[in-house]
Ligand binder design. Structure first.
Ligand SMILES: Cc1cc2nc3c(=O)[nH]c(=O)nc-3n(C[C@H](O)[C@H](O)[C@H](O)COP(=O)(O)O)c2cc1C
Length: 354
C-alpha cells in the first residue's frame, strides 16, 4: 500500500516532543496511569531509548544470534519497563493495573515493543534462522490441524527485486535479506483428497478460504514474534495482494494457492527505526461481556487526540487525525490499489467462495 504506508516510513525521529506531551497529559490530569511509573517519577522518561529495546533485561540470553550484545535497559526492573511500554503504547489511556504479577515475564515486553521496521542492514541472517522462524510459524494453532498455508522464502537478490516491484515497489523489501510470502494454500488438501479418492467439495466454500486466511495470519504472526525475539526487525507487506497473478507466476504458485501477505525480515538499521505506535484505548476495543458502542466511540475520540500528537511529534505528513486518515483509506475502491478485484482473482485461482 505505497500511498498510505509510505507516510509511515519515517526514519529516526526524536521522540522528545511526543514523550513530553504524553508525560504532560499522563501525569498532570490523570496522575500516574499505571503502577510502576512512580518508581521513575523523578525521571519519568529516562534517556535510555526504550523504543529500541527489543530484548527485556531479564531475558537470560546475553547476546543475539549474530554475537552482538543484547540491547538492554540498565537499572530498570521488569515492572518499570512494562509500565513504560504500556504508557508509550496507549499514551494517557494506558490501562491502570498492578504490574506485580507480570514483572518477571519476558514475553510481554517483547510483544509490547513491536514496531514495524523498514530499514535493514545489508547483513545476512544467522544460519538456521529461516528454519527456526518456520518452526515458530508451524507451531501456531491450526484449524482442525489442516495447516492450510505455505510460505515462500525469497533470498535470491533478483527474485526479491522482482517481488518488491510487484509489492508496492517498497525498497525495504529489497534491503531485507529475507522476504517471506505467506500464502493461503488449499492445494495441499486438494492433493490429500485425491489420494484418498474423496471429492473435497468443502474446499469450494468461503469458509475454507477464511480458514486458510486465519491459519496463514497466525503462522505469520508467530514468525514475526520469533524474529523480533531474535533482535530482528520485520515489516508485513499487504501489497503482496496488489498484483496477485504476477506474484503467483513469479513464485510458481499452483491453483488454490494465493499470496496473502509478505514479511520483510532483517537486522534493523538502529538509527533509522521508527517508534512504537500507539494503539486504540482498551475500553471499546476490549469489551467486557458484551459489545459497548459508546465505549468504542469514546475510544475513537481519545485515540484521535493521541495520534494527532504522535503524527506531529513524528513529523508525519498525515492530514487530520486517525479517523480521518483511516476513513480516507477506505473511502472508495480505488484506495484498495487494485485489490478490489480480489474476489475475481480468488475464483480464477481456484478458490470457490460459495
Ligand atoms: C497485513 C499487514 C500488511 C501490511 N502491509 C504493509 C505494507 O505493505 N507496507 C508497510 O510499510 N507496512 C505494512 N504494514 C505495517 C503496518 O502499517 C503497521 O503494522 C501499522 O502501521 C502499525 O505500526 P507498527 O507495526 O509499527 O505498530 C502491514 C501490516 C499488516 C498487519
Amino acid at each position: 500500500m505505497p500511498t498510505v504506508q509510505g507516510t509511515e516510513d519515517l526514519g529516526a525521529k526524536p521522540l522528545s516532543t511526543f514523550l513530553t506531551s504524553l508525560r504532560r497529559r499522563a501525569f498532570s490530569s490523570l496522575g500516574f496511569p499505571i503502577r510502576g511509573l512512580q518508581s521513575v517519577a523523578s525521571n519519568p522518561w529516562p534517556s535510555v531509548d526504550l523504543f529500541r529495546c527489543r530484548t527485556p533485561p531479564s531475558q537470560p540470553h546475553s547476546s543475539t544470534p549474530n554475537g552482538n550484545p543484547t540491547p538492554s535497559l540498565p537499572c530498570w526492573n521488569g515492572m518499570t519497563e512494562l509500565s513504560q511500554l504500556l504508557t508509550v503504547r496507549y499514551g494517557p489511556d494506558a490501562p491502570q493495573v498492578s504490574l506485580d504479577a507480570f514483572a518477571e515475564n519476558t514475553t510481554l515486553p517483547l510483544l509490547l515493543s513491536h514496531k514495524s521496521v523498514r530499514h535493514f542492514q545489508p547483513k545476512p541472517l544467522p544460519a538456521g534462522t529461516l528454519e527456526m522462524l518456520g518452526a515458530a510459524a508451524q507451531s501456531a494453532a491450526s484449524s482442525s490441524n489442516l495447516q492450510v498455508w505455505s510460505v515462500i522464502a525469497i533470498q535470491d537478490t533478483d527474485r526479491k527485486a522482482e517481488a518488491a516491484a510487484l509489492c508496492g515497489d517498497q525498497d525495504f523489501i529489497r534491503q531485507a535479506p529475507l522476504f517471506l510470502v505467506f500464502c493461503a494454500d488449499l492445494a495441499r488438501l486438494t492433493s490429500a483428497s485425491e489420494r484418498e479418492n474423496l471429492p473435497g467439495v468443502a474446499l469450494d466454500y468461503t469458509e475454507m478460504f477464511l480458514t486458510a486466511a486465519i491459519d496463514t495470519a497466525l503462522a505469520g504472526q508467530n514468525a514475526a514474534v520469533a524474529a523480533e525475539g531474535l533482535g530482528l526487525g520485520i515489516c508485513y507487506v499487504g501489497s503482496a495482494r496488489n498484483h496477485p497473478r504476477e506474484l503467483a507466476a513469479l513464485l510458481g504458485l499452483p491453483q488454490r494457492v494465493i499470496a496473502l501477505f509478505g514479511m520483510a525480515i532483517g537486522w534493523p538499521v538502529e538509527n533509522q527505526t521508527t517508534t512504537i505506535k500507539p494503539r486504540l484505548p482498551q475500553p471499546g476495543m476490549i469489551h467486557h461481556e458484551t459489545y459497548h458502542v459508546a465505549a468504542r466511540d469514546m475510544g475513537i475520540t481519545k485515540y484521535n487526540a493521541t495520534m494527532r500528537g504522535f503524527y506531529d511529534a513524528q513529523k508525519m505528513n498525515v492530514e487530520g487525525d486517525w479517523s480521518k486518515h483511516s476513513a480516507k483509506r477506505i473511502a472508495g475502491p480505488e484506495s484498495l490499489m487494485g485489490r478490489e478485484t480480489l474476489r475475481e482473482i480468488l475464483e480464477e485461482r481456484g478458490f470457490g467462495l460459495k
